[in-house]
Design a protein around this ligand. Structure first.
Ligand code: ZN
Length: 274
């Protein structure tokens, strides 16, 4: 599932092909994408719009239009934007955008959990409220802020990092990588993290997300960038998807367990169970 680094890589790809382009043809083929809005109505609304920018909030993409509206997209499990110069049918194609330079932006989604919502001008902040919390890479998010968000919480710190309202954009991969880096067991109750460990987790979240962006994301499943190239973060994982392999820090065998209903990778020596 794409997390912040993958979505940021997609955003950068979309900026290159979409900004300044007019949508001269829009075909949304799957009602689940725009539900509860009617896909034909949304396609009609988008027709003729010019893209002014592509932003990101957590794992959401925000395609800005010239009349102030925003198309907010979430890739969920298997959503994928692919820019092509010739239109061709392909499996799981859910939406087709024809651009005024003659190229095409295709949206495929095998599992069909992805969403597109057209937000009215001025409505974006309301849309984010309650959905996404602080943006980890904006330079404003601080360790004390994270510690305050975890204070009193008995849920495992991993579950709390996956809560998009505590910090936006972290998913299963980068949560495991960050907690390993911070030497904190994923089951540690959030409220038990003092200032020192909360700061380590905060710094590690930022570090692993930046590393992920540098690697253009992790392609362990269907994720590809907009031009079709895979990311390379998967070869730089320290613990994720590496059960049975040696921990890069201490050499102990990495184990896979379950935390917050998610497959979780950790080093039992670097991060002893609380
Ligand atoms: Zn270790």
């Amino acid at each position: 599932m794409p997390e912040l680094p993958e979505v940021e890589t997609v955003r950068r790809g979309l900026v290159k092909v979409l900004v300044g382009r007019e949508l001269v043809g829009v075909d949304i083929r799957d009602g689940r994408l725009t539900a509860p809005a009617d896909p034909t109505a949304v396609a009609h609304e988008l027709l003729g719009a010019v893209v002014t920018g592509v932003g990101r909030r957590g794992k959401y993409l925000a395609v800005g239009l010239d009349d102030g509206r925003t198309l907010v997209c979430h890739l969920r499990m298997t959503g994928w934007f692919h820019h092509v110069t010739e239109l061709s049918e392909r499996p799981h194609l859910r939406a087709v955008f024809h651009l005024d330079d003659g190229t095409w932006l295709l949206y495929s989604d095998q599992r069909r959990f992805g969403t597109m919502r057209l937000i009215a001008a001025g409505g974006l902040e309301d849309y984010w409220r309650g959905r996404v919390g602080p943006e980890p890479l904006d330079g404003v998010w601080t360790a004390p802020q994270l510690r305050a968000a975890l204070r009193g919480r008995t849920a495992p710190v991993k579950a709390l990092l996956l809560d998009q309202r505590i910090v936006a954009g972290v998913g299963n991969i980068y949560a495991d990588e960050a907690l390993w880096e911070a030497r904190v067991h994923p089951l540690t109750p959030g409220g038990r993290l003092g200032a020192v460990r909360a700061a380590r987790v905060h710094d590690a979240v930022i570090a692993v997300l930046e590393r992920g962006i540098d690697a253009q994301g992790a392609s362990i499943d269907t994720y590809r960038s907009v031009d079709g190239t895979p990311g390379s973060m998967q070869v730089r994982f320290n613990v994720f998807d590496r059960a049975g392999e040696p921990c890069p820090r201490c050499g102990s065998v990495i184990v896979k367990t379950r935390v917050a209903q998610r497959g979780t990778y950790l080093c039992p020596r670097c991060t002893p169970r609380p």
